[in-house]
Design a protein around this ligand. Structure first.
Ligand SMILES: NC(=O)c1ccc[n+]([C@@H]2O[C@H](COP(=O)([O-])OP(=O)(O)OC[C@H]3O[C@@H](n4cnc5c(N)ncnc54)[C@H](O)[C@@H]3O)[C@@H](O)[C@H]2O)c1
Length: 777
C-alpha cells in the first residue's frame, strides 16, 4: 500500500531521522492559529516550540482524515510500483524540511540573490507611503509579530530595490528541480505530483528568473514570494484526498474539505473585477502582493521547459512555409525573428527541425548564451556585417543552421532594409517577433536607441518611466517601418502571439489593415482585431485548434528516461492506429505531422527539467494515449504515475482575441465564457488540479486562460477521469468554434457526436441568402 508505507516514511523522515536538536523550531499556519487562540485566552509562550511537533504535518486531524481517504483509494495504492518506494538513496531530510512549514524561530539567515543567475527587471509601481506600508503589512501577515522588527525593514528594502517583496531570506537551500515523485513527503500521490510540477517550474535550468519565481515570459510567476512557496509545500505534504488547497494568486488560502473526485488544488491567478484590469492597476496590486501574473503554465505548474514551444514553433514554421511560400521544404529559406527567452528560445531549435536558416536577434547576452550552451542555438554573431555574410552563405548552400544575433532586433531589421536597398537582395523569406510585447514597458521590449545595460538602469528608475515608454514606442514604430519595407518586397511576417501588433498599433506604427472599396479608395479596417499582418492563430493555428488539435503533454513522475521512452512508443503506436482510420485529409495531416514528431522526439534531445513530452492531438488521440499510458502503469511497464496536462494555448482553454480566439468571427472574440467554463468543467470531471488566469501570452487584461493537471496512476478511476475530462476539455472549444461558424470545428463536432451519443451540441444555422441582411441596412 503506497500511501500507508509512504506516510510512515514521511513520519520517519520528518521526525524520526532528524535529531530533535537539529530540527529547528518551525512554525506552521495551523500552529500560528493555535498560538493566536492561546494568546487570546491569555496563555503565554509555547507556540513556537510547540510547533516543532507539527513538522511533517502529522497532527491528529490529518491522521483521521488519512485513514478515511485510504479506504477510498486501495485500488490506486496497489498500482504504484514498488521500485518507487526505495527512498534510501535520496536527501529526504531536506525535502521533508522544505515541507515542514515556514521557519521563523529562529528565522533563517538573510540571503543574497545569486549573481550568477538572471534576475527579473525591477517591477514598477506607483505606491505612495501608505501603499508601501500596506505592501509590507501584507507581507508580514505570514509571520508572527516577534519577527516583524527584523523582517519589515528587509521587505521595505526589497520593495525599494526590486519593486516587489520576494522574501529572498526564505529561498530554500535544496536544489530546485523535479525530484522523482516517491521522494516527496506527501500523504497522497496527487499532492506529490503537484510539488514535483511546481519545483520543476522553479528549476534554474527551466525557469527564466528562478529566484523571483518567474518561469517564463518575463513575468510568469509560479508564486509571488518564497513564504508562499514554503507554505504551499507544507500544505501539500499534510493534505489528504478529502481536502482541496485553494490558491489565490500565489497565496495559499488554505485547505478545505472536498469530495474525492474534486481537484486537490484550485488555482486562480490575477482574477480581478473587469473594470480594474489595467496595466497600472496590476503593477500596484503586484507590488502589494495581492495579485500576480501566472502567464499560462507558470502559475498552473504545468510548464515543461522550452520543449513545449519547440513543437508548436516547428509546426508554425513548417505551415508558414506551406501557406506563404508554397513549399514543404524550407531549405535555403531565411526565417528572421527575435527573442531567446523562456518561450522564444525555442525558435532556433524549431528552425533547424523545420530545415531552414533561423536568425534570432537577442539583446541579452545571458539569454543568448543559455540557448547556445544548451545546444539550441548553433552560432552567435555580434556584428551585422559578418551576420549578413553568414546568412548569404547559408542561403546559397541551403545550410540548415540557427544563428543568434547579439543585438537589437530593430537594428537587424533596419540593416536588412539597407541590404535590400543597396543590393536588391531580400535576405528574409518568413519572419516574426517574439520579444515580450505583452509587457513592453517593464523589460519585455528593449528599445533600439539605448543599450541593454542602459535600459536596465532606466527600468530601475521610476522617474525615467515615461521617457522609457516613449523610447519603446518609437522603437516599435521603427521596427514596423522596416518590416513593412521588407514585406512590400515580398517577405512574409506574422504576429507570434506576443501582442507585437497590438502594442505597435498603440505606439502609432503603421500596422492597420487597409481595405479597398469598389471605387479603389483605401481606408483603415473598422475591425480592431484585424491588422496588416495575420496573427499565427488566424492563419495557421486557428484551423488546427478548430479540429480539436492542441498541445497535449505529459510528465513521467518517476523521473526515469526509460518511462519517457515507453510513453513515446505508446503515443506513436496510438497515433499510427488512429490515423489509419481517419478519412479527413486535414485530420490525417495533423496526425502524420505528429507521428513524425514523436518518432524523432528523443533524437532532438529536448528534455529540460522533468521527463516530459508534448504532441498535438485531438480529443480522441489525447484520450486514447492517456488510457494507454494508464494501462501501461497498471501493468507496471511504466514505473511511476504520469501527469497529463496541456499548454493553455489550446482549443478550449483560452479566450484571447489577439491570439487563440483571433479567428472567432461572430463578435464573441472578446467574451471569456469558454475559458471560464473550461476550468469549471474540468474541475468536476476529474482534474487533479485546475487553474484560471487573467493575462498570459498577450498581456494582463487581454486574455483569460486556464488549464489542468491529471494524475494517471494506473487505476480504473484514473481511466474514468481521463475519458470524461479530455472529452470536455477539447469538446468545449470545438463546440464554441463550431457555433462561431468555423467549418473545421463543425466537422469535428459532428464527428464527436457520432463517436459519443451523449454529446449533443447546438449546431448553428447559416444565413444562406445575404440579401435578407443587406436589405435591412
Ligand atoms: N507563440 C507562442 O506560442 C507563444 C507562446 C508563449 C509566449 N508567447 C509570447 O512570446 C513572447 C516571448 O515569450 P518568452 O517567454 O520568450 O519571453 P521572454 O521575456 O523570456 O523572452 C523575450 C526575449 O526578448 C528579448 N528582447 C526584448 N526586446 C528585444 C529587442 N528589441 N531586440 C532583441 N531582443 C529583445 C529579451 O531580452 C528576452 O530574452 C511573450 O510575449 C509571450 O507571451 C508566444
Amino acid at each position: 500500500m503506497f500511501y500507508r508505507r509512504h506516510q510512515s516514511e514521511v513520519e520517519k523522515q520528518c521526525c524520526g531521522n532528524i535529531p530533535e536538536t537539529e530540527r529547528g523550531p518551525v512554525i506552521t499556519f495551523s500552529s500560528q492559529v493555535e498560538e493566536m487562540e492561546k494568546r487570546s485566552k491569555g496563555e503565554r509562550g509555547g507556540g513556537v516550540s510547540e510547533t516543532g511537533k507539527l513538522r511533517g504535518g502529522t497532527d491528529s486531524r490529518d491522521l483521521q482524515s488519512s485513514s478515511a481517504s485510504k479506504a477510498n483509494c486501495s485500488v490506486r495504492d496497489d498500482t504504484i510500483s514498488a521500485a518507487l518506494l526505495d527512498n534510501s538513496h535520496i536527501p529526504m531530510a531536506t525535502l521533508a524540511d522544505l515541507c515542514s512549514g515556514l521557519p521563523v524561530n529562529p528565522l533563517p539567515p538573510p540571503k543574497q540573490r545569486d549573481p550568477t543567475l538572471p534576475h527579473a527587471p525591477v517591477r514598477s509601481h506607483t505606491l505612495g507611503p501608505s501603499g508601501k506600508k500596506q505592501a509590507i503589512r501584507n507581507a508580514l501577515r505570514y509571520f508572527p509579530p516577534e519577527t516583524h522588527a527584523v523582517l519589515a525593514p528587509e521587505f521595505a528594502k526589497e520593495l525599494a530595490l526590486y519593486g516587489h517583496i520576494y522574501m529572498y531570506r526564505f529561498m530554500p537551500d535544496i536544489p530546485m528541480k523535479a525530484y522523482p515523485i516517491s521522494e516527496y513527503p506527501a500523504k497522497c500521490v496527487e499532492c506529490a505530483a503537484v510539488m514535483l510540477m511546481m519545483m520543476n517550474n522553479l528549476d534554474p535550468a527551466v525557469a527564466q528568473f528562478p529566484q523571483e519565481l518567474v518561469t517564463y515570459g518575463g513575468n510568469g510567476q509560479v508564486l509571488s514570494n518564497w513564504a508562499q512557496f514554503r507554505l504551499v509545500m507544507h500544505y501539500l505534504s499534510i493534505m489528504e484526498r478529502s481536502q482541496t488547497l485553494h490558491m489565490y494568486s500565489g497565496h495559499p488560502l488554505g485547505l478545505f474539505p472536498s469530495p474525492l473526485i474534486s481537484p486537490r488544488v484550485v488555482i486562480t491567478n490575477g482574477m480581478v473585477i473587469p473594470n480594474y484590469s489595467s496595466r497600472d492597476q496590476y503593477d500596484n496590486m503586484f507590488a502589494l502582493g495581492v495579485t500576480m501574473y501566472g502567464q499560462m503554465t507558470a502559475g498552473s505548474y504545468c510548464y515543461i521547459g522550452p520543449q513545449g514551444i519547440v513543437h508548436g514553433t516547428t509546426i508554425t514554421v513548417l505551415n508558414a512555409g506551406r501557406k506563404y511560400l508554397g513549399v514543404d521544404d524550407l531549405a535555403g529559406k531565411i526565417f528572421i525573428t527575435s527573442g531567446l527567452g523562456g518561450m522564444s528560445g525555442a525558435q532556433p531549435k524549431a528552425s533547424v527541425i523545420a530545415g531552414c536558416v533561423g536568425v534570432v536577434a537577442e539583446v541579452s547576452y545571458e539569454a543568448l548564451k543559455k540557448r547556445y550552451d544548451q545546444g539550441w542555438l548553433m552560432e552567435i554573431e555580434n556584428d551585422l556585417d559578418s551576420l549578413m555574410q553568414r546568412m548569404r552563405k547559408a542561403k546559397m548552400s541551403k545550410e540548415v543552421v540557427s544563428i543568434g544575433y547579439h543585438g537589437n532586433v530593430v537594428a537587424l531589421w533596419e540593416r536588412l532594409v539597407e541590404e535590400l536597398e543597396l543590393t536588391g537582395e531580400r535576405l528574409v523569406d518568413i519572419s516574426s517577433d517574439q520579444t515580450s510585447c505583452h509587457n513592453p514597458f517593464s523589460g519585455g521590449y528593449y528599445p533600439v536607441q539605448i543599450s541593454f545595460e542602459e535600459a536596465q538602469k532606466m527600468l530601475a528608475d521610476p522617474s525615467q518611466s515615461n521617457y522609457f515608454q516613449g523610447l519603446v514606442r518609437e522603437s516599435l514604430c521603427r521596427q514596423v517601418a522596416a518590416i513593412n519595407k521588407m514585406t512590400d518586397a515580398g517577405a512574409f511576417f506574422w504576429d507570434y502571439g506576443n501582442a507585437f501588433l497590438l502594442e505597435a498599433r498603440r505606439a502609432g506604427a503603421d500596422v492597420d489593415k487597409k481595405s479597398t472599396n469598389k471605387n479603389g479608395e483605401t481606408s483603415e479596417s473598422e475591425d480592431s482585431l484585424t491588422f496588416r499582418y495575420p496573427s499565427y492563430v488566424q492563419d495557421i493555428m486557428g484551423d488546427i485548434f478548430s479540429l480539436g488539435f492542441g498541445p497535449f503533454r505529459w510528465v513521467c513522475t518517476s523521473g526515469l528516461t526509460s518511462d519517457l521512452d515507453i510513453t513515446d512508443a505508446i503515443a506513436a503506436k496510438v497515433i499510427e492506429r488512429i490515423s489509419q482510420g481517419v478519412s479527413s485529409k486535414a485530420v490525417h495531416g495533423q496526425y502524420s505531422d505528429n507521428l513524425r514528431w514523436i518518432l524523432n522526439a528523443k533524437k532532438h534531445n529536448m528534455v529540460v527539467g522533468s521527463q516530459a513530452r508534448i504532441l498535438y492531438s485531438d480529443w480522441r488521440g489525447r484520450m486514447e494515449i492517456a488510457l494507454a499510458f494508464n494501462a501501461a502503469i497498471s501493468r507496471g511497464d511504466i514505473k511511476g504515475p504520469v501527469v497529463i496536462s496541456r499548454d493553455h494555448h489550446d482549443v478550449s482553454g483560452t479566450d484571447s482575441p489577439f491570439r487563440e480566439t483571433s479567428n472567432i468571427n461572430d463578435g464573441s472574440a472578446f467574451t471569456a465564457d469558454m475559458a471560464v467554463q473550461n476550468c469549471i468543467g474540468d474541475s468536476f470531471r476529474g482534474a487533479t488540479w485546475v487553474a484560471l488566469h487573467n493575462g498570459g501570452g498577450v498581456g494582463w487584461g487581454e486574455v483569460i486562460n486556464g488549464g489542468f493537471g491529471l494524475l494517471l496512476d494506473g487505476s480504473e478511476e484514473a481511466s474514468m477521469r481521463a475519458k470524461t475530462l479530455l472529452s470536455w476539455d477539447v469538446g468545449n472549444g470545438v463546440a464554441r468554434r463550431c457555433w462561431s461558424g468555423n467549418s473545421n470545428a463543425h466537422y469535428a463536432t459532428l464527428h464527436a457526436m457520432s463517436y459519443d451519443p451523449r454529446i449533443k451540441v447546438t449546431i448553428p444555422n447559416q444565413v444562406e441568402d445575404e440579401r435578407i441582411l443587406n436589405s435591412l441596412f
